[in-house]
Design a protein around this ligand. Structure first.
Ligand code: SF4
Ligand code: SF4
Length: 181
């Protein structure tokens, strides 16, 4: 008789334990059901890059003095500065300026050291192309300013991101709120 009672008691204990684990599982499921999605429906939604994001470089042709500091500080001597010396004014005249973003590592050295601040880093990161040679930007392509993601009307704003960690949320603002502010 006694072994049977023991068996029943053990069975009862295990049943209670199993119910507890199932309950814990359901609590976690319910907790996740309360959260908002953490995924972004790219390209219809976009996250706004942080202020110091190092994207595609912007170049101002008129400010450049062809000093070539950007070439010397670049770890791979990437910018190509084509210039000629104008004897009548005793100065270098910039003819063309190119940066190949297929090779650039976006370290920002050229931007940091340019004495005339004619280089800056934009928030543009969509540089994919079928032909890598298209990534070799001349002064015209480099002079184009990208549309800030926050002001791009073709993109859906990202809904409340409270379910993301604080550090993750900081760089991402609802684009509609930015437009109306
Ligand atoms: S460092 Fe600046 S000014 Fe000098 S060549 Fe490069 S872009 Fe032009
Ligand atoms: S960001 Fe860095 S790698 Fe790219 S051109 Fe400037 S210095 Fe060179």
């Amino acid at each position: 008789m006694l072994p049977m009672v023991d068996g029943l008691l053990n069975y009862g204990k295990r049943a209670v334990e199993a119910a507890r684990y199932i309950g814990q599982g359901f609590t976690i499921t319910l907790d996740h059901m309360n959260r908002l999605p953490t995924t972004v429906q790219y390209p219809y939604e976009k996250l706004i890059p942080s202020e110091r994001f190092r994207g595609r470089i912007h170049f101002e042709f008129d400010k450049c003095i062809a000093c070539e500091v950007c070439v010397r500080v670049c770890p791979i001597n990437l910018p190509v500065v084509d210039w000629e010396f104008r004897r009548n004014v005793g100065k270098k005249q910039l003819k063309s300026y190119t940066i190949d973003f297929g090779v650039c590592i976006f370290c920002g050295n050229c931007v940091e050291y340019c004495p005339t601040n004619c280089l800056s880093m934009t928030e543009e990161y969509e540089l994919s192309t079928y032909d890598r040679h298209e990534l070799n930007y001349d002064q015209i392509a480099l002079g184009r300013l990208p549309i800030p993601i926050a002001r791009d009307e073709t993109i859906q704003s990202i809904p409340n991101l409270v379910s993301l960690s604080k550090g993750f949320i900081e760089g991402h603002i609802d684009s509609k709120s930015v437009i109306h502010n």
